[in-house]
Design a protein around this ligand. Structure first.
Ligand code: SF4
Length: 338
């Protein structure tokens, strides 16, 4: 099976990029917004319990830098380190559609002025979408690669409530279908494992839900504790215990075994961008060691992505995509706009 994905027992996003762009592509993470509906407390929402003050930005200093400065600085660093040629600008921190359309358009245009930039990646939430955002993504898709990463985190409402996400499973699924119906963008989701009430049945159901959704990729995180977050308070009070590395690897393996081979995987576990901010578990601080541990767990008994996946699901998926493309106009419920 590793022949299918050279050197790895799962379909890595790097393979997807190589197929799409003809070479390795690196992401430059940038910050252009500084808030989100949760942090603003709109509609009674609260900050997600795991989120630090940087809104999950990879580079905290980016928040005070103009976009062109961020692109120039991080391009130089990544180009030198990896001898990289192609880049995607990743609008990562906070909620990137929670701002004015004119502002978004200016930022997208500015990013595409750089000859080494091959596309845009936009991170957002399931409840911060609008017809105007869809139109903008479609407009930019005509001149560039555009990918959207939706913070879904879990498909179980009790877990979403624990995380204080402020949206439901139904909203996530509706949002993914609406993006697929109304735009041509490449679509992916972020997921978290290591949550309360997480059973093996739920892990398998999560993979099966994804197999039937119009998405092409998934990014995996283990729920971990950062300083000055609501989760830190729960952890210090003994009300949350981070998942152990072995158990997390077992769950990732189970998930991948049931995941369709057409879904690319960005990463297998969370990264800790700021080591000094990490409270627990300590193993989250060692990116490469954790990655290799999970890969080894898969290889130890010949496990691989799609091992228990039933091809019938893909036919269902294609059929459902065709139906969705003919569906009605955008009607997301309870949507939030700035
Ligand atoms: S994770 Fe995203 S939506 Fe949640 S509080 Fe942080 S920036 Fe806001």
């Amino acid at each position: 099976m590793e022949k299918k994905w050279p050197g790895l027992p799962y379909y890595p996003i790097s393979q997807f990029y190589t197929n799409h762009f003809g070479g390795k592509v690196y992401k430059i993470p940038v910050s252009v917004v500084d808030n989100c509906p949760n942090r603003m407390g709109l509609k009674g929402m609260e900050t997600c319990i795991f989120c630090d003050i940087w809104g999950s930005a990879a580079k905290s200093e980016s928040l005070t830098m103009p976009l062109d400065e961020q692109i120039t600085k991080y391009h130089q660093v990544i180009e030198k380190k990896y001898k990289a040629k192609y880049f995607l600008i990743y609008f990562q921190a906070y909620t990137n559609t929670f701002t004015k359309i004119s502002q978004l358009r200016d930022n997208f245009s500015k990013a595409l002025e750089y000859p080494f930039v091959k596309g845009l990646v936009v991170g957002t939430r399931p409840d911060c979408l609008s017809p105007a955002v869809f139109k903008l993504w479609t407009e930019f898709h005509e001149k560039s690669f555009v990918a959207v990463e939706l913070g879904v985190q879990s498909f179980f409402d009790d877990q979403l409530q624990f995380l204080k996400r402020g949206h439901t499973r139904a909203q996530s699924i509706e949002a993914l279908h609406k993006i697929s119906q109304n735009t041509p963008v490449d679509l992916g989701i972020h997921l978290m494992f290591g949550l309360p009430n997480e059973t093996d049945e739920r892990i398998i159901e999560t993979a099966e839900i994804i197999n039937h959704l119009p998405i092409s990729n998934v990014k995996l995180h283990n729920l971990h504790v950062l300083k000055h977050t609501p989760l830190e308070q729960l952890y210090l009070a003994g009300e949350f215990t981070p998942i152990e590395k072995e158990e997390y690897a077992r769950k990732v393996k189970l998930f991948l075994q049931h995941l369709s081979p057409r879904v690319a995987v960005h990463r297998l576990a969370a990264l800790s961008s700021r080591r000094e901010e990490l409270v627990a578990p300590a193993w989250t601080g060692n990116k490469m060691e954790t990655h290799q541990f999970i890969v080894n767990a898969l290889r130890s008994d010949g496990s691989y992505q799609s091992q228990y996946y039933h091809p019938q699901s893909d036919q269902d998926h294609v059929a459902s995509l065709n139906l969705q493309k003919q569906a009605s106009p955008y009607t997301l419920q309870n949507n939030i706009e700035p």
